[in-house]
Design a protein around this ligand. Structure first.
Ligand SMILES: Nc1ncnc2c1ncn2[C@@H]1O[C@H](COP(=O)(O)OP(=O)(O)OP(=O)(O)O)[C@@H](O)[C@H]1O
Length: 238
């Protein structure tokens, strides 16, 4: 797509796929094996689960999709835009405007409060800020409430929260401003089964309400039933 469609206002009817990946490969070093990735297509609002055992390239795949690594071959169209054709500044802006990320270590800013971590994407992106209703602080509080973070924790330093709470703060940060796509890299690995299922239900329900597409990678195949579609990394699509 062109930048016109990428900057379409949130909530507009749009049939542009959230993500289309074709013929993607990457090599960390010349003496390391080539990593090949499946072709994927995620329609707007769809939730895709990608399963792969440890070492199959899940984190590498997400780093390629987030524009943090450059592929050896292949194309990645995000909201119709070929992200690796964009200059790096434009790519950073596109990522801030349209993608929420939840990575294994959550990447929260340790010296900020829980609420300030959630509103951060709105400080980095006018698009995300303008999409909050009525303002980022209010939406952050709504998300923190929906994700069961007690109100007396909102102004605490995020590192003083439990791991499960930090994970939900990272989810709120990914959801704020309703980005079109969330990329999630095993954010449930530290949780027990009950908390993991509860977290996924909350994340996917909130994403659904906002029309946000989700691509979630994990080694844990038991998570697959939460999603509309699933794909095996290093194997045929199911
Ligand atoms: N920075 C790096 N430099 C060199 N090789 C790397 C680097 N990061 C990953 N690799 C290699 O690329 C392959 C895929 O790694 P990756 O971390 O993407 O897998 P993964 O499926 O996410 O694994 P896990 O489930 O254990 O996190 C592995 O063989 C790994 O050793």
């Amino acid at each position: 797509m062109n930048s016109e469609t990428a900057s379409m206002p949130h909530g507009s009817p749009d049939t542009t796929p959230a993500l289309h990946v074709s013929n993607l490969s990457f090599r960390w070093q010349a003496d390391l094996p080539l990593l090949r990735f499946p072709d994927i297509h995620i329609a707007a609002g769809e939730h895709l689960f990608i399963h792969g055992p440890s070492g199959t390239g899940k984190s590498t795949f997400l780093s390629l999709l987030a524009g943090m690594l450059t592929p050896l071959t292949g194309t990645i169209h995000m909201l119709g835009k070929d992200i690796h054709q964009a200059r790096s500044g434009e790519r950073d802006r596109f990522r801030a405007d349209h993608i929420g990320v939840i990575f294994q270590q959550f990447n929260l800013v340790p010296y900020l409060t829980a609420e300030a971590n959630v509103t951060l994407p709105c400080k980095l992106s006018a698009t995300r800020r303008e999409a909050t209703d009525p303002d980022p602080e209010n939406e952050a509080r709504r998300l923190l409430t929906a994700l069961a973070i007690p109100e007396d924790h909102w102004q605490r330093k995020v590192t003083s929260l439990s791991i499960g709470q930090q994970q939900r703060v990272a989810a709120a940060r990914a959801l704020i401003g309703s980005p079109e796509l969330i990329l999630a890299d095993e954010p449930t690995s530290a949780l027990d089964a009950d908390n993991r299922d509860r977290f996924l239900d909350l994340l996917l329900t909130l994403a659904e309400e906002r029309g946000t597409s989700v691509l979630f990678v994990s080694h844990d195949r038991s998570l697959a039933p939460h999603f509309h579609h699933q794909i095996e990394l290093g194997g045929p699509a199911e």
